[in-house]
Design a protein around this ligand. Structure first.
Ligand code: C2E
Ligand code: MG
Ligand code: MG
Length: 452
């Protein structure tokens, strides 16, 4: 009898252990939701069922927007509590028969079975967004988050699990690119766009190897004297089939594929080669600004050191090349970004804030990083009229920058009236089609050589 009890306990313990193991293998420890493995199983089952019953099924991929920022600022513990609460809210938005899974990190997925119509999917997607838009109260702190959702249908968009997941992923990126906090359906247009981006990314790799890239230079003029003060280098690509491409056609692809790092190195070295010549032949203080991608500021240390070393080897001082960055880079509070910015400042490479006024950068940031130039975005300059709001904004930006000992460059100056108003407001420099479009190095040189 005693023996039988012992065996019984043994079996129960083993069963429990097995159950615990199965749970660990199939469920996410933090939220208790099905994990990636169980999710795959469930999608397979849902496909079979949908096929048998002839009712469509939808797959949603959800990626939280800027979850990393929350984790970085509030800490991982709070991040975990938030994920748990999100899991709870998501589960409330769907039916018992549907599956909500956590695929990892801040990525969730939902399987919607036995769909009668597409309207119900739309309703669920909308309610997911609304539910997550409500603030989360975490340890007495109000936290806001949003989500980007990609949706695909079986059998309409694909019949295989891998293809369905890829579709949902593409749709989710489409939602991110359209501004986040929204859902997007997989469509052939998205697929086409993704395909042509992949081709462009490949071509860009060749472009770097085949010398298809070129820098054009746009003069930046000192308003008081009318003299060319410096130049901004703007990249152009002579594509073998598509002809000349502007940066807006390929920078996003370069960023997405990481090719931007190699491209920026090329830009930097080419600008350094050019500024050395122009310093020798025209003005020994001449400066060229290059556009720095946000990604450069996220990769740690060695990169900028290799740039500094390159300048040193060429016998150029650090102020010969300036770097333009968007407001977003400064708004990112991470250490890596700050350290990179500080190292530029320490070595003496001038930093400009590009397209200023489009974000909501705080003044303390400008001071902290010792910014040298503010470039007023052309959306303000383009609407400059006597007594307009834009005039007030520009006046305020110039006054504020000057208080912080920062010089101001107005971008996109296209008319004499704009130029006159900017001069009257005390703006230091101007750049725009009125003064000159971006020019090839030879044409720019001709401009430099022209007697004033
Ligand atoms: P950005 O740095 O703000 O450069 C100014 C853009 O405005 C340039 O467009 C220039 O051609 C255009 N522009 C200048 N004056 C006027 C004007 O009076 N009116 C109008 N409508 N436009 C004017 P572009 O060359 O197409 O460059 C677009 C953006 O691409 C740049 O904006 C910059 O953010 C990015 N970019 C350019 N070259 C590079 C590069 O080498 N690396 C990286 N990462 N980004 C680059
Ligand atoms: Mg720029
Ligand atoms: Mg700009």
């Amino acid at each position: 009898m005693l023996q039988r009890v012992a065996i019984g306990t043994d079996i129960t313990a083993r069963k429990r252990a097995e159950e615990a193991m199965w749970k660990r293998a199939n469920f996410d420890q933090l939220t208790g939701l099905p994990n990636r493995y169980l999710f795959y199983d469930r999608v397979q089952l849902a496909i079979k069922k949908a096929y048998r019953e002839g009712l469509p099924m939808a797959l949603m991929l959800l990626d939280l927007d800027r979850f990393k920022e929350i984790n970085d600022t509030l800490g991982h513990d709070m991040g975990d509590i938030l994920l748990l609460e999100i899991a709870r809210r998501l589960s409330h938005c769907v039916r018992e028969t549907d599956t909500v899974a956590r695929l990892g990190g801040d990525e969730f997925a939902i399987i919607l079975n036995e769909l009668e119509d597409r309207v119900s999917v739309e309703r669920i997607a909308q309610s997911l967004l609304t539910q997550l838009a409500e603030p989360f109260l975490l340890n007495g702190e109000m936290v806001y988050i949003s989500v980007s959702v990609g949706i695909t249908f079986f059998p309409e968009d694909a019949s295989e699990i891998e293809a369905l997941l890829k579709n949902a992923d593409q749709a989710m990126y489409d939602a991110k690119e359209a501004g986040r906090n929204r859902f997007s359906y997989f469509t052939r247009t998205i697929q086409e766009a993704v395909r042509s981006q992949a081709i462009l990314a490949n071509d860009l790799r060749d472009a770097l190897a085949d010398n298809q890239l070129q820098l054009h230079y746009q003069p930046i003029i000192e308003l008081a004297s009318g003299v060319i003060y410096k130049a901004e280098a703007l990249i152009r690509w002579r594509h073998p089939q598509q002809g000349w491409l502007n940066p807006t056609d390929f920078i996003a692809v370069a960023e997405k594929t990481g090719l931007i790092v190699e491209m920026s190195d090329w830009v930097f070295k080419e600008a350094a080669r050019q500024v050395k010549l122009w310093r020798r032949y025209f003005d020994r203080r001449f400066q060229i600004s290059i556009n720095g991608s946000p990604m450069l500021f996220h990769c740690a240390g060695d990169h900028q050191n290799s740039w500094f070393e390159h300048l040193r080897q060429k016998g150029l001082t650090a102020d010969s090349i300036g770097v333009e960055i968007g407001e977003g880079v400064l708004m990112d509070a991470s250490h890596v970004v700050s350290n990179t910015l500080f190292s530029f400042r320490d070595i003496g490479m001038p930093i400009s804030i590009d397209d200023f006024g489009t974000g909501c950068l705080s003044l303390s940031c400008l001071q902290k990083f010792h910014i040298d130039y503010l470039k007023i975005d052309r959306s303000f300059v383009g609407k400059l009229l006597d007594q307009s709001n834009e005039l007030m904004f520009c006046e305020a930006m110039i006054a504020m920058a000057h208080k912080l000992k920062i010089k101001v460059i107005a971008e996109g100056v296209e008319t004499k009236d704009q130029c006159g108003l900017l001069k009257k407001m005390g703006c230091d420099y101007a750049q725009g089609y009125l003064l000159s479009k971006p020019l090839s190095a030879e044409a720019f040189e001709a401009l430099l050589a022209k007697p004033e």
